[in-house]
Design a protein around this ligand. Sequence first.
Ligand code: SF4
Length: 428
Amino acid sequence: MSDVIPLTSVGSAQEPFKESACKTHPQTMCPAFGALRVLTRLEGAQPTMITDTGCLYGLTFVTHFYAARKSIVAPTLGTAELSSGQIQEAANAAIAEAASERNVSVIPVISLCVAETAGLSEELLPREVDGKPVVLVRVPAYAIHSHPEAKDVAIAALMRRFMETETTAEPNTLVLLGEVFPADPVMIDGLLRKMGARVLVTIPGRHLDEIRIASRGAAVAALHPFYRDSLACMREHGVAVVGGAPIGADGSAAWIRAVGAALELDDATVEQVAAEEEQTARDFLARQSLKGATVLVSGYEGNEMLYARLLIEGGAHVPYVSTSIGQTLHTAADEAWLKARGTEAVVYRKSLEDDKKAMAHWNFDLVIGTTSTTAAAKELGIPSVYYTNILSVRPLFLTGGMIASISMVQELLERRPIYEKMQSFFEG
Ligand code: SF4
């Protein structure tokens, strides 16, 4: 156990924290990026984007930067084209162009703010061109407010089109839903095999066939809480839904039992595996402690509450968690768990202003946040790291994920003197 973490927290201020009233501006890159990320990574997919030139420029840039090196086909839609009411014809021409590209097996049509406002009609789009299916994915930012939720919309659109109806569920198989670190599904599969079950497939993936394979799952588990539409599709398909995620000691044990119940596995074996996993996690927690550290968690990935849970189990105080996703039934359990353990504010549809207010409200030893939040924290001399870079490069689930994440936070907390030195250097 480490006792050397420098601590400066003084606990909560007297007045309850109040989040900002304005929730209309997501303050992230265009939410449609989430859908594009999923769709451009699909082999054989030729994304076709229906929007105006400005959106196209920005989204092409982020897609090449963060997602896949794949061209996006798009019609030219400036003021002249839009005001002449030619959007449907322009969309159909772009789809035809996409179909003529080499090695194309599916054409996702991504309809953004401009196309939705101008009234792009699904009924007037072709359902397929030259045998290549055309799938409309509607992700205008005024309806889909965050890029995690746009991922969900894209996956659900693929599921509605490609899940097979004439299938029989493969016993003891679990479909995982979530963009996760590659080691996570491997560790989860290893654990399931101890109970006589296995991971059937992890979605989103690189192949359309994976959506078809998911049709045969006996149960599905969303590892992140924003896969609302995709879970609804699976449920309509008759696939049992497992709630929550295998996060930390508490969460993993509960999740293992929920999987056992959904797959109707042997109770005694499930109980033994759950108890072993929980004990291993608790043994690790007994040796590591973030006790006394106050941490802010803020992001636009949609899994911020899971991460906050790990930190709290590690002994940290996490009074404030903010996320870009909206509040749903799927976020309720994590929010309740956090609030029962000292989290005073869980902010959905967060803004930078919310995070800055939180930094004025509590004294943080570490800020794990978005680019703008961490920049604001650094100006205050608080150690801070970019949420996405920290999370995407390490596992998160089961004991393995917990060890990777808590050890990293322990190390970050020890950097406080460096930040204070930096602040005093620039002030001087
Ligand atoms: S107008 Fe809509 S689609 Fe275009 S960049 Fe902005 S949020 Fe994205």
